[in-house]
Design a protein around this ligand. Structure first.
Ligand code: NAP
Ligand code: G4F
Length: 329
């Protein structure tokens, strides 16, 4: 019998990478689809897996749709990747962010508990939960949470609800506390993709600057393709648990900009950058760097793609996109 997995957030960045990874392990993949009038399948198409996913209708804010989905497919594994995931928007849409990222997770956990209690459950938790907590320069599974945005706060609720279902109902529920991970499928609003898209345009003569909010924050950036393997590994353990997934390296936004320009042979990058306070956040997370010892030891996981390589992959993918666009007129 094939194993089956339900992936929420199937059209985002991580969903298609996870689906591809699981398809290679011969899983049957169900993807939760919430947009009907104009869904965008570009990400699964980019990875060449679009026709191998069975889409099922549902929205994290609509509990009955989640019940229907869980009841009808009873998947072996549920990967909850759906979220209002853009930190910057979470101040403007704090209630929506809470409804999707916090209450939505409770609804999904309840649907699993009542209609498929043996399904293993993965929750997409985040380093944003650590926020200001950074006592020795690293964050790990024992670091206290100090979220700095409505997004971070919503994810702390979902984290504890996932732990609580494990402790209260003996369910196999895990939190992956993932640090920033990027790829050519990253949404264009996120700083890495905004930079690589801008560098590609500048290189091709389509733009002459990139507008950013703040060059100082530091992030632990890895490759999404590596991180989805860790999600899978968490659900294959004998016991459910929570794991930090990161590279252990940190770089500032300006270092990312520098590396992206270097990838196209431009060294005088400062002349192409403008700063606009509109993109600055009311409360910033200044420094993220994960300590990934637990995942290395227990999951045997480690990142494969290094920082410079990741930046280069993203810049080259954006150049290729614009080159194809140009050649089709
Ligand atoms: P993403 O690209 O923003 O994808 C999120 C997906 O969630 C989108 O496909 C979106 O659907 C879907 N979604 C939003 N609201 C929904 C709702 N009400 N019901 C059902 N689906 C909904 O995010 P990602 O980068 O792949 O991240 C995946 C998960 O990991 C998220 O939960 C994120 O918060 C978390 N995370 C990400 C990172 C990172 O660095 N990428 C790090 C830590 C944790 P549409 O396509 O229809 O808009
Ligand atoms: O790329 P970002 O928007 O990602 P952020 O806020 O770190 O969140 C991402 O990673 C989290 C994991 O830690 C996920 F949970 C979350 O879902 C998401 O995937 O911003 C990165 C940094 C921030 O410090 C931001 O203030 O870049 C800074 N930044 C500076 N100028 C900018 C800009 N961010 C964006 N999006 N746009 C700017 O112009």
């Amino acid at each position: 019998m094939k194993k089956s997995a339900l992936i929420t957030g199937i059209l985002g960045q991580d969903g298609p990478y996870l689906a591809k990874f699981l398809l290679e392990k011969d899983y049957k993949i169900y993807g939760l689809l919430r947009r009907y009038s104009n869904p965008s399948f570009v990400n699964p198409e980019y990875l060449g897996i679009q026709d191998q996913i069975e889409y099922v209708d549902g929205d994290l804010t609509d509990e009955s749709s989640l019940i229907n989905v869980i009841k009808s497919i009873r998947p072996d594994e549920v990967y909850n990747l759906a979220a209002q995931s853009f930190v910057g928007a979470s101040w403007q849409q704090a209630k929506l962010t809470t409804e999707v990222n916090a209450v939505g997770v409770l609804s999904l956990l309840n649907a699993v508990k009542f209609f498929s209690p043996t399904s293993k459950f993965y929750q997409a938790s985040t380093s944003e939960m650590f926020g200001l907590s950074n006592s020795d320069g690293f964050q790990d599974e024992n670091t206290p949470f100090h979220p700095r945005s409505p997004y971070g706060i919503s994810k702390v609720y979902a984290y504890w609800m996932t732990v609580n279902f494990r402790e209260s109902y003996n369910m196999f529920t895990c939190n992956g506390i993932l640090f920033n991970h990027e790829s050519p499928l990253r949404g264009i609003q996120f700083v890495t993709r905004k930079i690589t898209d801008g560098v590609a345009q500048i290189k091709l003569g389509l733009a002459d600057h990139i507008i950013l909010g703040n060059l100082e924050p530091k992030r632990d950036w890895g490759f999404a393709g590596d991180y989805v393997e860790a999600m899978y590994l968490m659900l294959q353990q004998d016991e459910p648990d929570d794991f930090v997934i990161a590279t252990g390296e940190t770089h500032s936004v300006s270092e990312f900009v520098e590396a992206a320009f270097a990838a196209v042979g431009i060294s005088n990058w400062k002349q192409y950058i403008k700063i606009d306070p509109r993109y600055k956040r009311p409360a910033e997370v200044p420094h993220l760097r994960g300590r990934v010892d637990k995942a290395r030891k227990k999951l045997g996981w480690k990142p494969k793609v290094a920082f410079e390589e990741l930046v280069k992959i993203m810049v080259e993918a954006d150049i290729a996109r614009y080159t194809i666009k140009k050649s089709f007129g």
